[in-house]
Design a binder for this molecule. Structure first.
Ligand code: HAM
Length: 418
């Protein structure tokens, strides 16, 4: 039987892979303008890191982790997200002061696969560790939105909330729990089961009846303490100053337990049920919880598969120049010309061995923008025939001016396609 890929895992083939590369390139360029530096942490960590970091009662930890025992019976987990690993690295390398970092790579969650939801997916993840002021919250949100706009994603909504801090959230949880008890029979079985342990997550339930019965639930922003209120209003004020619009969403609780104060999500109406294309927030106590000194921090992650769904799929990109050797003597000349063009930054494919005119026209018609023919006549005259496969116009150009001629042609390159 033929071996197939694992459910929820995807092969990313060309030309889609070109879209991934383009998104990553823009991320690297743009984030470096904000002085975020790339880091790469392992794809596997000790399970304990995620249990402590993300929270034992979260869906991610309870149901979605790929956890195994290694050969020495230690529990290890394929990272379901990047923040916990980055924070571990920050502590382990004793990094001092503010660290602005980003990472790009695969994450693993054992969720039910559907459009925009995979078991191996890719995140672009940014963290600013060590800064507390609300201006940083607004700046990182501005960076995220600038990145989305740079890759061509528009028509999105920024949802914004504050989850308070360890001082004020326990009180809100109590108030919320009292309310949840009063509507408990109307809630779905999952919410009924999780409300004692994690009442905030109930607010995030997507079930129709839960949404309806939670309409009048107390709003967290009315219960947060004065320092959290001030922080949140400063974030909003700075976003206003930057001209960034947002929707205050008191129900936005996020799925990971480490958040405090500012939380945000960017949603799109154009990709179906899995509408969250990016999410993040502050996690001012996480570093302490996993063994570091008290250090405030904020970050976000974008789901690349969801970004790609929103981008126009490129039509298969055609090779700029296809060089066909029509006789054995032309093969070396073809290779020399190809290498010269590549030195000038032009993409070239050469025929595999000697081909007939018919074969080469058939192939170039499908896959190339220009076809360069090198046959006995051409070699005798010290020229090559260059055919524009779109217009059908063919010209004889001397070897000496061939490279210059090619440089002057209009070529569709990947950065022009997107
Ligand atoms: P998250 O909301 O769990 O946050 O994930 C961030 C983004 O990853 C989501 O908005 C979504 O676009 C994408 N995503 C999540 N799960 C899947 C999946 N199964 N398939 C495809 N895409 C998915 C975090 O991961 C936090 N670590 C973000 C963060 C960084 N907070 C602070 N710093």
């Amino acid at each position: 039987m033929q071996i197939q890929k694992i459910k929820g895992f995807a092969d990313i083939l060309y030309p889609q892979s070109a879209l991934y590369a383009m998104v990553e390139d823009i991320a690297r360029t743009l984030f470096s303008r904000y002085m975020y530096r790339e880091i790469r942490t392992p794809m596997i960590e000790y399970t304990e890191l995620f249990v402590r970091g993300i929270g034992a009662s979260t869906d991610v930890v309870q149901k979605e982790m790929y956890t195994f025992e290694d050969k020495k019976s230690r529990s290890i987990t394929l990272r379901p997200e990047a923040t916990a690993g980055i924070v571990r690295a920050y502590i382990e390398h004793n990094i001092q002061g503010i660290a602005r970092v980003f990472t790009i790579g695969p994450m693993f969650r054992y969720e039910r696969p559907q459009k925009g939801r995979l078991r191996q997916f890719h995140q672009i993840n940014c963290e600013c560790i060590g800064a507390e002021e609300p201006l940083v919250d607004a700046e990182i949100i501005a960076m995220l939105l600038r990145f989305l706009s740079a890759i061509g994603i528009t028509d999105i909504t920024l949802l914004l909330n504050s989850l308070g801090c360890t001082e004020c959230r326990p009180h809100y949880k109590e108030v919320l729990l009292t309310y949840l008890h009063s509507v408990a029979e109307t809630l779905c079985p999952t919410c009924q089961a999780r409300m004692e342990n994690n009442p905030l997550r109930v607010l995030d339930c997507k079930e129709e009846s839960c949404i309806r019965h939670l309409k009048n639930a107390p709003s967290i922003t009315e219960y947060i303490c004065m320092p959290c209120k001030e922080h949140f209003s400063e974030v909003q004020h700075t976003l206003d100053t930057l001209g960034i619009s947002y929707t205050l969403t008191p129900r936005l609780v996020r799925g990971l337990d480490y958040y405090s104060r500012t939380t945000f999500e960017v949603v799109s109406n154009h990709i179906g049920a899995q509408s969250s294309i990016a999410g993040g927030g502050r996690y001012d106590t996480l570093i302490e919880e996993i063994g570091g000194k008290p250090t405030p921090a904020i970050g976000f992650a974008c789901g690349m598969e969801r970004l790609i769904l929103l981008l126009q799929q490129p039509s298969s990109l055609k090779t700029p120049f296809y060089i066909a050797s029509l006789c054995p003597e032309a093969k070396t000349q073809a290779l020399l010309l190809a290498e010269e063009l590549r030195t000038k930054g032009i993409g070239v494919e050469i025929s595999s061995g000697v081909v007939s005119i018919k074969q080469c026209m058939k192939y170039a018609g499908k896959y190339a923008q220009y076809c360069i023919l090198l046959g006995e006549d051409e070699l005798l005259q010290g020229k090559c025939s260059i055919k524009n496969m779109t217009t059908g116009i063919q010209e004889m150009i001397s070897f000496d001016s061939c490279v210059e001629y090619c440089i002057q042609q209009e070529i569709v390159s990947p950065d022009k396609v997107f």
